[in-house]
Design a protein around this ligand. Structure first.
Ligand code: NAG
Ligand code: NAG
Length: 455
């Protein structure tokens, strides 16, 4: 992900865990079937479930329905300090469909963009739980392949339907941080390479120190801490563009940051994580006719996205050396596009050589390399990474980094600036939340297994 996601607070009645667990609404995880493959055409269905991230949940006093957090501010009596707040406040269960617009059916998950109930909800983020329905499923994808179908036909400019992996604790941090009683059953413990500071609880403590409301989002704010970890963006996309992007950190596992470590603003390249990542976006890399409505990969229809994580010795024990992408649509396998950038060799996959060549051609700072490159991404997979699916809009940069010209203060003709066909104003949150409220993304048919087994 590039900037932080949009988060909402709720103030209607429901029950709760803080970072205890609440019980005004029973937490029932929507079921989702996935497939583990062992060889071609040999896949076993597995019953799994998904859980909503804790930041979207109603947070109230453990003993009553008094809000601990309303809009973008904390209740001062329930939350006088970070630890007391974690002890006094509970995260409640979620009404997935009616409040958050999250539904599943067999192997298919649909995330709606804006859902109006007693409150208005914008976007969502869910995690895949393992067969115990309580801890995150952790994926070890070195020398493996991960495949899913996606329908982006209802996802316009400025929105992002994302499927990615982050190096969260399997239990959401419950065992490392005893004030976190809710754990992964309530979607706690999120982290990514943006080191988001809008997360309400980090390391079992409320992020209330220095909390400042967002200028553009009445339901969000940021505290002095961020939560960082390695991130593999398999898919960040809408109808007009897509990127696959590994991002790494100098640390292993979920890590709280403060100050320069978080890499905010002018310190973007001084933090412990690589916020830019090494992205493969076909448009940005010189092919403007590869993916989009009616193009080679036609985003008006469902498409199968295959991602292969190859290692230097073709074994699970090896070092991650290449991330390959291919598509399948209407029974036809479509090879990834080839780069077409003056002065840059031709690539069709992500390798360290590709990353270095791309950073040089575009004049970008190469923190991906300095923080460990693909080998470090592989270390995260060796540890195990949780699967995230989300839909969001972008209060920091209007998603221009994905589907438009970005940055906006340099000529669009500079190498690497044009990333997609969308306009400079297309991702304005106020506009997309009103004009594209009914947008949605559907992910389905998740499969994983050895290279060549899933499509
Ligand atoms: C874009 O990709 C398509 C499909 O691979 C290919 O036919 C076309 O020539 C490519 N265009 C450029 C400019 O590379
Ligand atoms: C790994 O597999 C590829 C493709 O089959 C092959 O070209 C390569 O030589 C293999 N590498 C090693 C180290 O065995």
């Amino acid at each position: 992900m590039f900037p932080a996601a949009v988060l909402l607070a709720f103030s209607f009645l429901a029950t709760a865990y803080a970072q205890q667990a609440g019980t005004l609404t029973t937490e029932t995880h929507p079921r989702l079937t996935v497939s583990q493959c062992t060889s071609a055409n040999n896949c076993q269905q597995q019953q799994r479930s998904i859980v909503l991230d804790s930041n979207w949940r109603w947070l109230h006093a453990t003993s009553s329905s008094t809000n601990c957090y309303t809009g973008n501010s904390w209740d001062e009596s329930l939350c006088p300090d970070p630890v007391t707040c974690a002890q006094n406040c509970a995260l409640d269960g979620a009404d997935y469909a009616n409040t958050y617009g999250i539904t599943t059916n067999g192997n298919s998950l649909t995330l709606k963009f804006v859902t109006q109930s007693a409150q208005k909800n914008v976007g969502s983020r869910v995690y895949l739980l393992s067969s115990d329905d309580t801890t995150y499923e952790l994926f070890q994808l070195k020398n493996q392949e991960f495949t899913f179908d996606v329908d982006m036909s209802n996802l316009p400019c400025g929105l992002n339907g994302a499927l990615y992996f982050v190096e969260m604790d399997a239990d959401g941090g419950k065992s490392r941080f005893p004030n976190n009683k809710a754990g992964s059953k309530y979607g706690t413990g999120y982290c990514d390479t943006q080191c988001p500071q809008d997360i309400k609880f980090i390391n079992g403590e409320a992020n209330i120190l220095g909390w400042t409301g967002s200028a553009s989002d009445p339901n969000s704010g940021t505290g002095q801490y961020g939560t960082c970890c390695n991130e593999m963006d398999v898919w960040e996309a809408n109808m007009n563009g897509a990127a696959v992007t590994p991002h790494v950190c100098s640390v292993q596992g979920q890590t709280r940051c403060s100050g320069t470590q978080c890499g905010e603003g002018d310190e973007r390249y001084d933090g412990i994580c690589d916020k830019d990542g090494c992205d493969f976006n076909s448009w940005r890399l010189g092919n403007e006719t590869f993916l989009g409505p009616g193009l080679t990969v036609d985003t008006r229809q469902k498409v199968t996205v295959v991602t292969q994580f190859l290692t230097n010795n073709n074994q699970t024990s090896g070092s991650l050396s290449e991330i390959r992408r291919l598509y399948v649509q209407n029974g036809k396998v479509i090879a990834n596009s080839k780069t077409n950038i003056p002065g840059m060799a031709t690539f069709d996959s992500i390798t360290d050589d590709f990353c270095n060549a791309q950073k040089e051609a575009f004049g970008d700072t190469n923190t991906f390399e300095s923080l460990g490159g693909l080998a470090q991404m592989g270390n995260a997979f060796q540890q195990g990474m949780a699967l995230v699916m989300s839909i969001w809009d972008d209060h920091e940069a209007g998603m221009l980094w994905l589907d438009a010209d970005y940055p906006t203060d340099v000529p669009a003709t500079n190498p690497g600036v044009s990333r997609g066909p969308c306009s400079a104003t297309s991702g304005d949150p106020t506009t997309v939340e009103s004009q594209s409220a009914s947008a949605s993304v559907t992910f389905s048919n998740i499969k994983f297994g050895p290279i060549g087994s899933t499509y």
